[in-house]
Write a protein that binds this ligand. Structure first.
Ligand SMILES: Cc1ncc(COP(=O)(O)O)c(C=O)c1O
Length: 393
């Protein structure tokens, strides 16, 4: 990677400092955007060469470098045109005829993509309750036995998302990674909700982290972008080849926006997390809220695990208000919270998740996912309390 790693610096410094151009008289403070589809050259074009805009772009480099360092990887990350493109690329690492073990409540786009690929026969898909550690370990062991005759590397891929979207289940990351490795499985973790500031799965042995950069990393709901962060070079080679061939690349402006967003990640994660904890405690006590999931609440089933393995609890809360009608009423009543899908931006968003017809039926009809932003928490509370009061009345 291009720059010495200031590993001694704390994360809030590193998000500001990483990925800067080399210092020199009149050097820019920020990396420039390179708008070019091709690069001058006459020599042999080997893997990893600049050569053409589908293989690389200098605008990607500082962000790929910074993200890798934040996640604790030894090789640069890879940017993609969306989080789902990064996910598709990571899923393709499993051996042909292998098995993917995935949380039943993983982000629905990832689940749908895996289900559709499994139907083609490319791999077998087994879904698990990711919070049920023994169930997951048993599924991984069985998958290892079932694929024992495969000669291709990575016969079993354990996909982890923690906390899950939108049910906020918390996986026991260290135990699952250790057990999966002992069975020879390859481990991918979707770290979108936590960000590398709250959780670094590569440091405990995961092989690849994926991100919807669209969410917290970019942080302003103005760009769609994804990333794979492989721990080691051989896996990166495979992913780079796949990206170059499949073409799911990031635009230079989007990559630049992603790095620009990263600069304020620590402030945004801290503020939105603080807001989320205050709101979760108040929501829990509101009579219109039938159930709530937020790992920061002491009574939450994932609290102890999250406290042990995360440096904070994030800013996504799920509440169940009991029915489609009640949930729609709450969403419609809000004036400050914006009714929209997605999450991780500075502005607070909410939506009834089952409005997406692809959302699993095990997600309650009345579940509202709240993405808590960085506004004044009292304004957020006044707005959602009024909406809940109206349903209760
Ligand atoms: C946890 C998680 N992973 C991946 C994605 C997909 O990312 P993108 O929308 O950038 O393709 C999402 C999108 O909501 C998500 O919430």
């Amino acid at each position: 990677m291009s720059q010495p790693s200031p590993r001694a610096h704390r994360p809030a410094t590193r998000v500001v400092d990483l990925g800067r151009p080399h210092r020199g008289d009149d050097a820019p403070v920020n990396p420039p955007i390179t708008i070019s589809s091709t690069y001058v050259g006459t020599g042999e074009v080997a893997s990893g060469a600049r050569a053409y805009g589908r293989y690389s772009n200098p605008t990607w480099d500082p962000f790929e470098d910074a993200l890798a360092r934040l996640e604790g990887a030894d090789v640069p990350a890879l940017l993609y045109g969306s989080g789902l493109a990064a996910i598709a690329s990571a899923l393709d690492l499993v051996a042909p005829g292998g098995t993917v073990v995935m949380p039943a409540h993983t982000y629905q786009g990832a689940l749908l993509g895996a289900q559709e690929t499994a139907r083609t026969g490319r791999f077998d898909l087994v879904t698990v309750d990711i919070a049920d550690t023994q169930d997951v370990i048993a599924a991984v062991r069985k998958a290892a036995e079932d694929t024992a005759s495969l000669t291709h590397e990575r016969p079993v891929l354990l996909w982890i998302e923690s906390p899950t979207n939108p049910m906020l289940e918390v996986a026991d990351l260290p135990t699952l990674v250790e057990a999966a490795k002992a069975s020879g499985a390859f481990v991918v973790v979707d770290n979108t909700f936590a960000t590398p500031l709250l959780q670094r799965p590569l440091e405990i042995g995961a092989d690849v982290v994926v991100h919807s950069v669209t969410k917290y990393l970019a942080g302003h709901s103005d760009v769609v972008l994804g990333a794979c962060v492989p721990a080691e070079a051989p896996v990166r080679e495979g992913l780079l080849h796949h990206r170059s061939i499949q073409g799911a690349i990031a635009g230079p402006f989007e990559a630049w926006l992603g790095l620009r967003g990263l600069r304020t990640l620590a402030l945004r994660v801290e503020r939105s997390g603080d807001n989320a904890l205050v709101l979760a405690e108040r929501l829990e006590a509101h009579p219109a809220v039938r159930a709530i999931r937020y790992p920061g609440l002491r009574g939450d089933p994932g609290h102890e695990r999250a406290a042990a393995q995360m440096d904070g609890f994030g800013a996504i809360i799920s509440i169940d208000v009991g029915s489609t009608e009640a949930a729609d009423q709450v969403v419609d009543h809000c004036e400050l919270w914006t009714p929209a899908t997605s999450l991780g931006g500075v502005e607070s968003l909410l939506e009834r998740r089952r409005r997406h017809t692809a959302e699993p039926e095990t997600v309650p009809e009345g579940l509202i996912r709240l993405s808590v932003g960085i506004e004044d928490v009292e304004d957020l509370w006044d707005d959602i309390r009024a909406a809940l009061d109206a349903v209760q009345a």
